[in-house]
Design a protein around this ligand. Structure first.
Ligand SMILES: [Zn+2]
Length: 244
């Protein structure tokens, strides 16, 4: 059975910083969140429209989605413009019977749930004619996580615990949206509790032997090595994240 495909689309990049406030640049937050989410997801094939600080046009983001044929295209943004809270969007044209509508419900609910300790305002499930939603041939959701021109929320984006929790919320949302078995994705793989990349539970006391073919500080380099391994025929190759 082939794995579901998720495209993560960190908004902005390169000469387009997105919103800028309190010394934060939206493009960096979007990328940081996307890389964290990518590192935490397993049991799905994750593709990113950008993995570094480069400009990718909206047209190219949609073209990427067309090529990747994802089960879910998730665009990551942070808000600005005088407000507070979290909101999510699907295309204005998406009906209540669409896959995007259903996935937005899961994504939104799980993220709000994860952020509960911070009492984040729920701005609701919305629709808009954003380009990456409107022209996307695959189910697409866009999230706006907090307002970086709000002093408190800018502060939260600087809090590593908050960002980690937000990433966990996004991961739970993706799991729910794709109807993956709960917990098939391990946040912060830290040992032999689950077989990374397979989602399979391992009985306590089992020893697992991992074959490593590289260790990288940058996920794009890890992804390159992963591609090499897959091209060499190692279909069970995966990226294993460990924090030091
Ligand atoms: Zn944005």
């Amino acid at each position: 059975m082939s794995k579901p495909v998720v495209v993560l689309d960190p908004g902005h990049g390169g000469y387009d910083p997105g919103a800028v406030a309190y010394g934060l640049r939206e493009k960096e937050l979007n990328l940081k969140l996307a890389l964290k989410v990518a590192g935490k997801l397993s049991g799905v094939k994750v593709l990113l429209t950008r993995e570094s600080d480069v400009f990718v046009s909206l047209v190219d983001r949609v073209a990427f989605s067309r090529r990747a044929e994802p089960d879910l295209f998730l665009s990551l943004h942070a808000n600005a413009g005088g407000g507070r809270g979290f909101e999510s969007f699907i295309c204005s044209r998406a009906g209540a019977d669409s896959r995007a509508f259903e996935m937005q419900g899961f994504m939104h609910g799980k993220i709000i749930e994860a952020l509960e300790p911070w009492a984040i305002i729920d701005r609701g499930l919305k629709k808009a004619a954003f380009y990456v939603l409107r022209h996307n041939p695959h189910p697409a959701v866009l999230i706006e996580s907090l307002f970086i021109d709000n002093e408190r929320e800018a502060g939260l984006w600087r809090d590593p615990v908050f960002v980690e929790t937000l990433a966990d919320g996004v991961v739970s949302g993706i799991e729910a949206a794709l109807e993956l078995p709960a917990g098939s994705t391990k946040p912060e793989a830290t040992g032999g509790e689950a077989a990374p990349g397979t989602g399979a539970a391992i009985a306590p006391g089992t020893t697992l032997y991992t074959v490593q073919v590289g260790a990288f500080a940058y996920i794009e380099n890890a992804r390159m090595r992963l591609d090499e391994a897959r091209m060499a025929g190692f279909e069970d190759a995966f990226i294993y994240q460990k924090r030091f």
